[in-house]
Design a protein around this ligand. Structure first.
Ligand SMILES: Nc1ncnc2c1ncn2[C@@H]1O[C@H](COP(=O)(O)OP(=O)(O)OP(=O)(O)O)[C@@H](O)[C@H]1O
Ligand SMILES: [Mg+2]
Length: 311
């Protein structure tokens, strides 16, 4: 096979190589933290980076668990990409996800004409990641079936993908092929993860950031716009989201805090104000933080407490 062009590899390179990019793989925790901040605008605790890298070094899959908006998806994608030096693939899970969608399937017309051959095979992201030696972020793993989860674990464990129709086994070529799963354990609408699954993964817990870190997140995400918010408003915002995390059904994550600040700044700009006032904080807050109708009174109460009367 070595001196012959591999049709599947050729297809993968043609389809996916232009989008994966290339940079030097990162192996140090401190450099990873710096690049997460500089390149991806993510403030990530040392604990999360160090555990993830340790898992990769022993080729174990990682499970990021935590409430919505705490950065699981973005952090997972960024760490995988820095680790392998190539942009990671994201597989957003759903009930009906199966091996044909992630490993590959056959072009129906071509398969009818020439059978299940390499020519009629269409490689999909998981196989592409293995061939290109880059990472895979399996997002919201609880939304997939147990069968799908077991299939993924088998691939990650053995670091190879079998395509029976082609009578082929594709093996990982380096250590860039790593997998991070994300999950929100508080979402009751989703499937439980099996014991077999939980035994194999390294679990990393995501939590709400401390006040100082959340302020840093706002600063890095808003850029110049950060200075349109007064120190007082920022402190009140952070107090508000922390109170809602205690009291509301939908608990705002840093993703919501950032969205709230961005909308407030845009509102102030549209109203031709130099600085964001309590009015924009209130209006933007109400629109961004209220996700469930049963939280309406609580959101209103918290915003009124920090940003004045009802509008
Ligand atoms: N540590 C962080 N550093 C910088 N921004 C962050 C961080 N955590 C959250 N954010 C903000 O949240 C957004 C990313 O949230 P992300 O979608 O990755 O969270 P998630 O945990 O995957 O949420 P969900 O459970 O809803 O999928 C970023 O775009 C940013 O605005
Ligand atoms: Mg996510």
């Amino acid at each position: 096979m070595s001196d012959k062009v591999d049709i599947i590899e050729k297809k993968v390179y043609e389809t996916y190589f232009p989008v994966v990019g290339r940079s030097k793989p990162v192996r140090s925790v401190s450099l990873m933290i710096k690049l997460l901040r500089d390149k991806f605008k993510l403030i990530v605790p040392e604990r999360i980076v160090a555990i993830t890298i340790s898992a990769f070094l022993s080729s174990r899959p990682v499970l990021y668990e935590g409430p919505p908006g705490t950065g699981k998806t973005e952090v997972g994608y960024a760490i995988l990409s820095l680790w392998s030096g190539k942009n990671a693939f994201i597989l957003p899970c759903s009930e009906n996800y199966d091996e044909y969608r992630v490993i590959g399937d056959f072009h129906p017309l071509m398969a009818m004409k020439m059978g299940f051959t390499e020519e009629s095979f269409i490689p999909r992201p998981l196989l592409a990641a293995l061939i290109l030696d880059t990472g895979v972020l399996v997002d919201e793993i609880r939304r997939s079936s147990e069968e799908f989860q077991n299939m993924l674990l088998d691939i990650v464990d053995k670091r190879r993908i079998v395509v029976p129709e082609l009578k082929r086994i594709f093996k990982a070529k380096g250590d860039g092929f790593q997998v991070i799963f994300t999950s929100n354990p508080e979402d009751i609408a989703q499937n439980e993860l099996s014991d077999a699954f939980l035994r194999r993964v390294v679990r990393v817990k995501f939590t709400y950031p401390d006040e100082d870190v959340e302020k840093e997140i706002l600063k890095i995400r808003l850029g110049e716009n950060y200075w349109k918010l007064s120190g007082e408003n920022i402190a009140k915002m952070i107090a508000s989201v922390n109170e809602l995390r205690e009291r509301a059904t939908h608990k705002p994550g840093p993703a919501d805090t950032v969205a709230w600040a961005q909308i407030a700044v845009e509102l102030a700009n549209l109203r031709e104000k130099e600085k964001v006032t309590a009015e924009e904080m209130y209006d933007a807050g109400f629109s961004v933080l209220l996700k469930r109708i049963e939280d309406e009174d609580i959101v209103e109460d918290v915003l009124t407490k920090y940003f004045g009367g009802k509008r």
